[in-house]
Design a protein around this ligand. Sequence first.
Ligand SMILES: CC(C)(COP(=O)(O)OP(=O)(O)OC[C@H]1O[C@@H](n2cnc3c(N)ncnc32)[C@H](O)[C@@H]1OP(=O)(O)O)[C@@H](O)C(=O)NCCC(=O)NCCS
Length: 244
Amino acid sequence: MTLSAQEASSLSTRGLTKSWLTCPTRRRPPHEPNCLIQTEWDLTPISLRVQGEREGKSAMTLVVRPARPDDATAIARVQVATWRTTYRGIVPDEYLDSMEEEPRARYGRDVTSRDAEAAGKPFVVVAEDTGRGVVGFAAAGPERRGDPHFCGELEAIYILQEYQRQGIGRRLVREVVQRLLQRGFNTMLVWVLAENPYRRFYEALGGSVLCSEQLTIGGKTLGKRAYGWDDIRHLAGTPAHASK
Ligand SMILES: CC(C)(COP(=O)(O)OP(=O)(O)OC[C@H]1O[C@@H](n2cnc3c(N)ncnc32)[C@H](O)[C@@H]1OP(=O)(O)O)[C@@H](O)C(=O)NCCC(=O)NCCS
């Protein structure tokens, strides 16, 4: 999700190139015990609620919770807005300017309405500022390309620019990781555009570069990089500085 179905496949599958075949993750032995896919979708409500004082701004109450189908429009809005602020100068302007929210919202509704019943499917968590609505989201699920070592995948994580660097990203990752662990996934990878300066976020969380590939977005060839975590358990308890 995150990326609309189209973008998700763009960022994760269109880059299938020779380099994938030599990707080091492919050479690792499978960790069978980590790869159990549970049969139930767990939607236990997340009871995290923190008061955060934003610099120069009023206090916010942030709730991180599973996404509902009626969040789909807000998630699409966050996705499009954050793509534009993040990828301007990296992804061609024409592509960014022509992004539409509605097809993404349709996809989001689809994913979130399937979540409750489907095993081994992607899931979405949102960060909601109770005064403003959804300000960020993360989508994750089983790794999408059959990697033998990395069983879970952070498919996307987007937070509105004015809410960044306040610990919300860590909070969303923590929720994602807890849910992946509940599903039996102890490992995780994420793909990020090589030119995206926010890849430092994954480095700060201890991700290691696994391999690189190329993909085309809006007619421009770009590099993308996979970061991986061999053991995500420590991320489940990462303290969130938003709650300090
Ligand atoms: C990447 C993103 C999800 C991180 O969430 P966040 O709430 O801004 O990050 P956090 O406040 O939790 O930051 C945690 C740590 O990551 C690192 N970090 C985060 N963003 C960073 C950046 N732009 N540059 C360098 N380090 C960064 C820092 O070490 C930070 O800790 P600190 O603030 O105490 O120094 C968010 O900034 C975002 O949505 N960015 C734009 C979209 C994007 O690039 N998404 C990823 C696509 S693959």
